[in-house]
Write a protein that binds this ligand. Structure first.
Ligand code: DAH
Length: 360
């Protein structure tokens, strides 16, 4: 049969040169499709005389087989190449961290609570908790603030509703973290060393007051705890918290019903250029209330004041957060403004530790 050699060479070359699956399919159709060149030649076999057909038939079949094998091989090669290309393009370093950067930030109040907890944990204080809806007795009476005591007025208390027929004093939204002292001592007895960070509530609202804010209570009870221990602990705390080598505290005689004697504590600082510097300068900034726990408070919590004594303190967390991080308005703390949170918030996976650094 004429021209088979030329046909073979042409199609094998076309197969080898097909750059993709579509080009390869076009070659197959041109040769072996219903109207393909080789298919047409095969159809012509019927009109040949038997002698010629005996030569041309097997030759055409052999060419068809050869071309089909070439197409198959080329198709496999193209598929391999496509896979190689994908593997190269979609390469992934599985040793890279899989987690995307967290989008949120840690609120300054949470950050400061973590910082405060880390510092006091280092001094052997455990964390205690109490309910935010507190009984009148825990919030006031047990802390030596009986009904009609003037201190009750100062607390601007939110009272809970009472059920009809219930004539007990209404529960309150706790006005300070001090009731946790009572709960911790009642539960664990003495000796005890705890801090109690948490939310407190008072009916008050201006640039430095919000109806909900945060305090941290401290309590250390043992047989021989004195004001000297209180002073050391607070100095140590301020040094660590404000991240300075030197601090100076001033204890000012004061009055709290739950401590005797009582002291308010001021920190030496300067406000030069609107910038707070702790440990230097001529200004004093009040940071907390403190004192030796009143014997009546120990008794109310089931701890014998003839055997045990110790100190307590209460500090505003929002306030020390504003001071350390230069945040001017307390109300913004609780407005959930994303721009504010991005500006003042902390990286979510950066836990404050004394060894790793508190604030960075
Ligand atoms: N509970 C007080 C307040 O809310 C703060 C306070 C003062 C706590 C003296 C104490 C303390 O434990 O000893 O203003």
């Amino acid at each position: 049969m004429d021209g088979l050699g030329e046909l073979r060479a042409r199609y094998l070359e076309a197969v080898a040169g097909a750059a993709d699956e579509a080009a390869l399919e076009a070659v197959r159709l041109a040769a072996l499709g219903r109207k393909g060149e080789i298919s047409l030649r095969m159809r012509e076999l019927g009109g040949m005389d038997p002698a010629a057909r005996q030569v041309a038939g097997p030759a055409l079949n052999a060419l068809k087989d050869e071309l089909e094998a070439a197409l198959k091989a080329r198709r496999a090669a193209l598929a391999d190449a496509a896979l190689e290309e994908r593997l190269a393009a979609e390469w992934l370093d599985v040793t890279l961290p899989a987690r995307r950067r967290p989008a949120g930030t840690v609120h300054p109040v949470s950050q400061v609570m973590e910082e405060v907890t880390a510092i006091f944990a280092d001094m052997g204080f455990a964390v205690a908790e109490g309910p935010q809806i507190e009984s009148d007795w825990h919030n006031f009476d047990a802390l030596n603030i009986p009904p009609e005591h003037p201190a009750r007025q100062e607390h601007d208390t939110f009272f809970m509703a009472r059920l009809p027929g219930d004539d007990r004093p209404p529960h309150v939204l706790r006005t300070h973290t001090s009731p946790v002292q009572i709960r911790a001592m009642a539960e664990h007895g003495a000796p005890i060393r705890v801090i109690a960070p948490g939310r407190v509530y008072r009916m008050d609202m201006d640039q430095t007051h919000t109806p909900m804010f945060h305090q941290v209570e401290g309590l250390a009870i043992d047989r021989d705890i004195s004001m000297a221990h209180l002073k050391w602990v607070l100095e140590e705390f301020c040094r660590a918290y404000f991240e300075v080598d030197h601090v100076e505290l001033r204890f000012r005689a004061s009055h709290f019903p739950f401590t005797e004697p009582s002291a308010e504590v001021d920190l030496r600082c300067s406000w030069e250029g609107g910038q707070l510097k702790v440990g230097e300068g001529e200004s004093w900034m009040e940071i907390l209330g403190s004192g030796m726990v009143h014997p009546k408070v120990l008794s109310a919590a089931g701890v014998d004041p003839a055997e045990w004594q110790g100190f307590a303190f209460g500090m505003g967390i929002d306030r020390i957060a504003m001071l350390k991080y230069g945040i001017p308005d307390l109300r913004a703390f609780f407005e959930s403004d994303l721009r504010w949170l991005r500006h003042y918030g902390f990286a979510a996976l950066d836990m404050p530790t004394l060894s790793g650094g508190l604030s960075r």
